[in-house]
Design a protein around this ligand. Structure first.
Ligand code: FES
Length: 507
């Protein structure tokens, strides 16, 4: 494969987040409402939109800016083709549950397509394709096709994909969609606030007091008394003995937004084999911006994350030819032990505190599914997907194996980071460089910004004490244990950690 000579954008920036919405104020005092939703991504906003329409008073809280998390960094494919999943679900959970999983996604696609009609959100109907490049994955594709047949999914094995990529098998799923997630959700937010819903940005919820009238407590100490709480904050902002930190696996992946020299034929593509490659386009100033994504790895274990961007860039240069490269960004995804999201009461003995998390890379449909299901749970209406997604389910195979190896890995990380030999000192760093360094004999994280100023933090994650690693692609400190991420000066960007990394003044 030829290497690209194109200049990578210096800093990460998501194309979607160029679309500005209304800003919202901070919560400044104690208050009361029917429902508090924590997390302003697709799940939280869709649930807020649905619940205010049912006549509830709803407050939506977001720790930063709405849609600034995973929703603003997605590839925004609206599809039920979630990689190779249906054959695995049939094997592990049985045909009925596999069918329900598909139907939930299909309902979500129809829901989005219906709302998108009035939303000017660049939605288009597209076929989706998974392609294999090895014999091993060709066989898996055939098994996946058999699963489609059993589940009644419309799709077929086709001859190839319209790119210069030699394939050993291609499986299509017809009539899927893609859209601009921020335009779509700005439309829902507008309807939500027009109907009396309230949004507070820069307001971090940190705890909930349980009870018939639960109280959400913010970092600044405000209290919101309510009847129901929904945690839609990607990683749940509370755990309540649900042990989510031990049953969610964080993974980072990368997205490039580029103009290409070859004609892009439409359609959405995803590789079955590793390393993962994904393609789609979006309208861009009368032309097409191609989103090239993949290179997923466990958070905090990417070593030099710029290498992941570079690998995608080389792939794009080879397959499509790059004429302009204005955007690059990364996203964090959470996977559950059986690959089915956790949506429902946070623990089996709660009936007014709900959670939605673990959508893998497929948050557009899974997040919408979550909002639709949570609305029914609050209305006490039966919903066919309630059991499938219940966070209290326990499917011993193969999750128990993953659970043990994952927690062994966390235990290993706890020790490994502390024992690691640290050869660098802050004075070794060039401008715009970060690394684990030694300061007065202690392990520290240092970043020298582009003006030459040093920012030093304690690298110990404030969640449960693992050691964070420098992610140069995004200029962040990432934790390998449960995926918390911090800015170069320690601010929490992504939980479960709630407290910033400690800033270190001595140098
Ligand atoms: Fe749990 Fe860092 S996220 S220890």
């Amino acid at each position: 494969m030829e290497a690209s000579n194109m200049n990578m954008p210096q800093y990460p920036e998501s194309y979607w987040l160029n679309e500005k919405g209304n800003g919202f104020g901070q919560l400044t005092e104690d208050t009361q409402t029917d429902i508090v939703i924590v997390g302003g991504g697709i799940t939280g906003i869709t649930a807020a939109y649905l619940l205010v329409k049912e006549g509830f008073k709803v407050i939506l809280l977001e720790t930063g800016k709405v849609m600034d998390g995973t929703t603003g960094h997605t590839t925004a494919k609206v599809t039920a083709q979630h990689g190779l999943i249906y054959d695995e679900l049939i094997t592990n959970l049985g045909i009925e549950k596999a069918r329900l999983y598909y139907e939930a996604q299909d309902d979500a696609i129809k829901f989005i397509q219906n709302l998108a009609k009035n939303n000017h959100c660049d939605i288009s109907q597209e076929d989706s394709f998974i392609y294999a490049t090895t014999d091993e994955y060709s066989e898996k594709l055939t098994n996946e096709y058999d699963a489609y047949q059993k589940l009644g999914i419309t799709g077929s094995l086709v001859d190839g994909i319209p790119f210069d990529i030699p394939t050993t098998g291609v499986l299509s799923m017809n009539n899927q969609a893609q859209f601009h997630p921020v335009k779509y959700l700005n439309g829902l937010l507008k309807d939500f606030t027009n109907q009396g819903g309230t949004v507070y940005e820069n307001t971090t919820a940190i705890d909930v007091e349980e009870g018939t009238e639960p109280v959400v407590i913010t970092k600044k100490g405000q209290r919101i008394t309510c009847k129901y709480v929904i945690s839609a904050s990607h990683f749940p902002f509370i755990d309540m003995r649900g042990f989510y930190f031990a049953r969610l696996l964080p993974e980072r992946s990368y997205v490039l937004g580029m103009k290409v020299s070859k004609e892009y034929p439409g359609g959405m593509y995803y590789s079955a084999d590793d390393p993962k490659r994904s393609l789609r386009y979006t309208p861009y100033n009368g032309e097409k911006l191609i989103l090239v994504s993949g290179e997923g790895h466990k958070t905090g274990k990417g070593i030099d994350t710029l290498k992941h961007y570079k690998a995608l860039e080389d792939f794009a240069a080879n397959v499509l030819g790059i004429s302009e490269y204005p955007y690059r960004w990364s996203a964090q995804d959470l996977t559950t032990l059986d690959k089915v999201p956790y949506i429902g009461p946070i623990t089996s003995n709660q009936n007014n505190i709900f959670v939605a998390t673990g959508f893998r890379k497929w948050g557009m449909t899974n997040g919408t599914t979550a909002a639709l299901l949570l609305k029914d749970l609050i209305l006490e209406k039966s919903n066919p997907y309630q059991q499938l997604f219940s966070p209290s389910r326990f499917n011993p195979t193969p999750s128990i194996k993953n659970f043990i190896s994952y927690n062994t890995d966390v235990a290993g990380q706890l020790i490994k980071g502390k024992l690691e030999y640290v050869p660098m000192h802050p004075e070794d760093l060039k401008n715009d460089e970060g690394a684990v360094v030694k300061v007065n004999g202690k392990r520290r994280g240092a970043y020298r910004d582009k003006d030459g100023q040093l920012h030093i933090v304690d690298t110990t994650c404030t969640h449960l004490g693992c050691e964070t690693a420098w992610n140069h692609g995004d200029r962040t400190w990432d934790c390998p244990c449960h995926g918390s991420r911090f800015s170069y000066n320690g601010k929490v960007l992504e939980g479960p950690a709630e407290k910033p990394l400690k800033k270190i003044e001595e140098q």
